[in-house]
Each structure stands twice: as structure tokens, then as C-alpha cells.
Design a binder for this molecule. Structure first.
Ligand code: FAD
Length: 488
């Protein structure tokens, strides 16, 4: 039995802590913020409750598998409903489609976009299914220790099905010409911090997730997932310490021996870092204990930041759905302003979440909790004045989608962007998602699970394989717990 200290109470830290405590270790999680959950914290004010970060519950089997490892039933901790529609997509204020669980209807929608669109969708989704099953079966649930591990012949043969050397946009363009079809199949890249031109075609599997497997909503939203983990922490005796920041991981003779915080010091047989990898390496460790130096982190491609508005609105907005996406005609320009010539997007495509559509008690009677998210480049001018200007622009546009006045009904308004990600999570460059998912930042090319210099120091969380997204981070937590166990 070991004493294990986990730095950070995001999904990566909490899920790994539960698994390790289940296996008999003594686990303490230390979190700098007052509320656990990391990027998935909840913010509550005047009867409005907001999931601050993620809102799409995808890959349900990953969560089920996590509960299986504990011998528990997911539904006892995390009841789900299937959304209908899964989401609404606007291509212009007066043009929208609903994507529902009825796949035949979605094929008819694709037929309306272009001749043969429905059949093309059937073929594309079959391709996406194979990619997904190959990824889950062969790639996601294993760690890579060296390039040879990654390039072994079996994986190379199976990996060919994943098309890692082709871009997603190229793959999609082989099936579809209509811009609306392409946008529906490519939008998820934004959530992985990438552009469809730069993301490997492997990520076509994202369409298998939403169109084939479905979009779900846990009771209490993503905060419900945090609550489930906290309940498990209590059951297995994990100590979760909030509002306490880790300042240093003390290393002696190539072993982490203690974690020093703003309130004290914790002895450790092993340390698991869930906090952003770049922050931990460059701030919490002495130079001799770092696996990578500053130039390594400087050369990395970081995922975009985000401009987010949390709005409590004193009326129902009937044209919006639980998940609503707006794809502007000029969406290429938006990608260019994120990745090529950083600037505040002047023709933004964006995402709106209104969870009060499904769970009315997250807002006062007759009101909605509206979350608006625009992906933006890192390190833009993020002054109050700029935020106010941009909020105004976004509200004006949102009113065109909603088809009604919103600004006069706003009871609560909070803006969250790059400087908040940096301050609240120690996010390098204010990135919302950490490392981007380019080919050379995938699998063995992501920073390793185990420190190269400190034997009992491990990493979980979105910087590590398999990467960004709540299900991915649950997988990373399992891999980290297994690595610590293997070193017994
Ligand atoms: C706005 C937004 C929307 C998203 N939407 C989706 C979605 O719909 N679906 C989806 O699957 N994914 C989504 N994602 C991605 C997903 O939220 C993340 O990949 C995931 O939550 C990251 O979890 P993590 O545990 O790796 O990191 P984090 O959640 O960042 O957890 C790390 C924790 O470490 C703490 N920490 C940092 N430094 C220290 C320190 N020195 N001492 C103590 N604690 C420290 C931080 O405060 C934080 O709590 C979204 C992300 C964002 C930001």
C-alpha cells in the first residue's frame, strides 16, 4: 500500500484517485481552486447553475468501463438521458437543421444538402465506425513508451485504417461537397483544439460518436460527473483538499518524496500530476528533475483558448436547443484567425449550450442558463474593454439566432477567457484545452505518462495520451493508475 498524492482535482486526478484508492492505496488529492472538477467546475449564482467547461457527454462506454473496474453500475451514480434533438445547427439565422437520434432523418437532411448525400453519409459513418473501433480496441487504452512501441507491425497494419497521415478535411471532401455536410462532420475538431485541415482523418471517429452512438446528458450535467467522482472518493476514503495550491514537488535521489503546498507538506511514495503538464514541469520541479526544458514547451502547438459567456436570461428562448451550433459562411476565416493570423474572430462560428432545456431546475422558473463559447486564438488582447466589445458583438448575433431580444432580459452575466484559464488552471498561453491534436502531438508524441527523471512521478490529464476531452481523460486516469500499480 502506498501513499499517493495527486496534484489537481480535474477529471484526470479524481478518476485516478478513485481507482488507486479502490486498489488499496492511501490517496490525497490537492486542488488549488475552491471548487473541484477542474475545467468542468460548476458556477452557481442567483438560482442559475452553469457547467463552466465541458457540456457534451460523448463515448458513454468509456464511463461505463470506468465504473465496471470498480464493480459498480454507472447508472447508480450517473443517470443519463439521450438528448433529442442531439443538437441544432444554424448555417444562417434563418436556416437550421436538427440532428436527432433518427439516423434516417439525418440521411434525408444530407440528401437535401446534395444529391446522394444520404448514401455518402452511410459510407462515411461506416468508415468512422471502423476508425473508432480500431482506436478503442488498439490505441486509446494503451500507453506508448517508445517510437518502436508505436510503430510495431501489428499496430502499423491496424493503424492504416486510422488514416493518421491524411487530414480530416481531405477525407470529408472525398465524400461531400456541400459546405453544410462538411461542417457537421468537422465541427468537433474545434473541441479537440484543432482545425480540420490539420487534424488527422482518424478524428472522423468523432462523427461515429455523435451520429451513431448518440449524445447524452447526465443528471446535473457535467457537474453530475464530478459529483459521482466525489461520491466515489468518499466511499474509498480519498481525501480531497480544496483551495490549497501545490508549490513544489520535492525530489531526492530521483524520487518524489513530498508535495509542498500553500498549507503544508505531504509525504509521498508516488506523485500523480493532473495539473497542466507544462505548468508542473516548469514550475513545480527543480530544473534537474524536469523531463523537458523550456524550449520543448515553447515548440509545442497549443490548442485554442475560448471566449465564454455565462448568461442567466429571464425568459425562455424557443429557437435554441440544449446544444446549438452556429457555423458561419466564413468559417475558414475563423480557423485562419485562430491558427494562422491570430485575431479576435470577426465572423465567428460558435456553440451555445442551454441545459435548462433538459433540466429546468438549473435556472429559475421561466428562465434559461445560456452558455456561449467561441474558440479564439491564444494570447489575444484580453482586456476588459475588448471583452465587453466582443460580448456585445456576440449578443447581437445570438439575438439573430434566437429571433428575439436577449440583452434586456439578462439577470446574470460573466465572461471567461484566456486570462482566466491561465489564472485558474495555470494553463499555458491561456489555452482552454492544453496540447493540440496534430499528428506529431498524438500517442507516443504526447508527453509521457511517467517522468523521465523522477522514477515515481506520473502524469494524467489532457496533455497525456489519449488527449483532450472528458472520456479521453478518464482513459488517461486508468492508464496512470495502472502505471503506478505496475511499479509496486
Ligand atoms: C470550455 C470547455 C468546453 C469543453 N467541452 C468539452 C465537451 O463538451 N466534452 C468533452 O468531452 N470535453 C470538453 N472539453 C475538454 C475537457 O473539459 C477537458 O479535456 C478535461 O476536462 C480536462 O481534464 P483534466 O483533468 O486533464 O484537466 P483539468 O480539468 O484542468 O484539471 C487539472 C486541475 O489541476 C489543478 N491545478 C493546476 N495547478 C495546480 C497546482 N499547482 N496545485 C493544485 N492544483 C492545481 C487545476 O486547478 C485543475 O482543477 C472542454 C473544455 C473546455 C475548457
Amino acid at each position: 500500500m502506498k501513499e499517493i498524492v495527486v496534484v489537481g482535482a480535474g477529471f484526470g486526478g479524481l478518476a485516478a484517485a478513485v481507482l488507486l484508492a479502490h486498489r488499496g492505496h492511501t490517496v490525497t488529492v490537492i486542488e488549488k481552486n475552491e471548487v473541484p472538477g477542474g475545467r468542468a467546475r460548476r458556477w452557481e449564482v442567483d438560482g442559475y447553475r452553469f457547467d463552466m467547461g465541458p457540456s457534451w457527454y460523448l463515448m458513454p462506454e468509456v464511463f461505463d468501463r470506468f465504473f465496471d473496474l470498480l464493480g459498480k453500475k454507472r447508472e447508480d451514480y450517473l443517470p443519463l438521458v439521450r438528448l433529442n434533438p442531439y443538437y441544432r445547427v444554424f448555417f444562417a439565422p434563418d436556416e437550421f437543421v436538427d440532428i436527432t437520434p433518427d439516423l434516417e432523418k439525418t440521411k434525408a437532411t444530407f440528401d437535401s444538402f446534395e444529391k446522394g448525400g444520404g448514401d455518402a453519409l452511410t459510407r462515411y459513418l461506416e468508415n468512422a465506425r471502423i476508425k473508432y473501433e480500431t482506436a478503442v480496441g488498439e490505441f486509446l487504452y494503451r500507453d506508448y513508451h517508445s517510437i518502436f512501441d508505436f510503430l510495431n507491425p501489428t499496430l502499423m497494419i491496424k493503424g492504416a485504417r486510422l488514416s493518421v497521415f491524411e487530414s480530416l478535411d481531405r477525407l470529408v471532401s472525398r465524400y461531400f461537397t456541400d459546405h453544410r455536410a462538411k461542417k457537421i462532420l468537422e465541427y468537433a475538431m474545434v473541441f479537440l483544439g484543432n482545425s480540420p485541415h490539420n487534424a488527422p482523418a482518424l478524428y472522423a471517429m468523432m462523427s461515429h460518436l455523435d451520429l451513431n452512438l448518440g449524445v447524452f446528458f447526465p443528471r446535473n450535467g457535467m457537474w453530475g460527473v464530478v459529483e459521482a467522482l466525489l461520491r466515489l472518493c468518499a466511499e474509498y476514503g480519498v481525501m480531497v483538499r480544496l483551495d490549497e495550491e501545490v508549490r513544489r514537488i520535492a525530489v531526492e535521489r530521483k524520487r518524489a518524496v513530498a508535495v509542498e503546498t500553500t498549507r503544508g507538506s505531504y509525504r509521498a511514495d508516488a506523485v500523480l500530476v493532473n495539473a497542466d503538464y507544462a505548468h508542473a514541469e516548469t514550475t513545480l520541479l527543480n530544473p534537474a528533475a524536469r523531463s523537458f526544458d523550456e524550449p520543448y514547451w515553447r515548440k509545442k502547438l497549443y490548442a485554442p483558448s475560448m471566449f465564454i459567456m455565462y448568461l442567466g436570461v429571464r425568459k425562455r428562448l424557443d429557437r435554441l436547443r440544449h446544444h446549438t451550433l452556429y457555423f458561419d459562411r466564413e468559417w475558414e476565416r475563423h480557423f485562419a484567425q485562430i491558427f494562422d493570423a491570430p485575431a479576435w474572430p470577426d465572423t465567428p462560428s460558435y456553440y451555445v449550450s442551454v441545459t435548462s432545456k433538459t433540466q429546468p431546475d438549473v435556472a429559475p422558473e421561466g428562465s434559461e442558463n445560456v452558455f456561449v463559447l467561441v474558440p479564439v486564438a491564444c494570447n489575444l488582447d484580453d482586456s476588459d474593454a475588448q471583452r465587453d466589445r466582443y460580448a456585445d458583438k456576440m449578443l447581437t448575433h445570438l439575438e439573430t439566432l434566437a429571433g428575439e431580444n436577449i440583452r434586456d432580459y439578462i439577470a446574470v452575466k460573466r465572461i471567461y477567457s484566456g486570462r482566466d484559464f491561465a489564472a485558474d488552471y495555470h494553463a499555458r498561453n491561456g489555452s482552454a484545452l492544453g496540447l493540440s491534436h496534430t499528428f506529431d502531438q498524438t500517442a507516443v508524441f504526447r508527453p509521457p505518462r511517467q517522468s523521465k527523471r523522477v522514477r515515481n512521478l506520473y502524469y494524467a490529464g489532457h496533455y497525456t495520451h489519449p488527449g483532450v476531452g472528458v472520456p479521453m481523460v478518464f482513459i488517461a486516469a486508468q492508464l496512470a493508475a495502472s502505471a503506478i500499480e505496475a511499479a509496486r
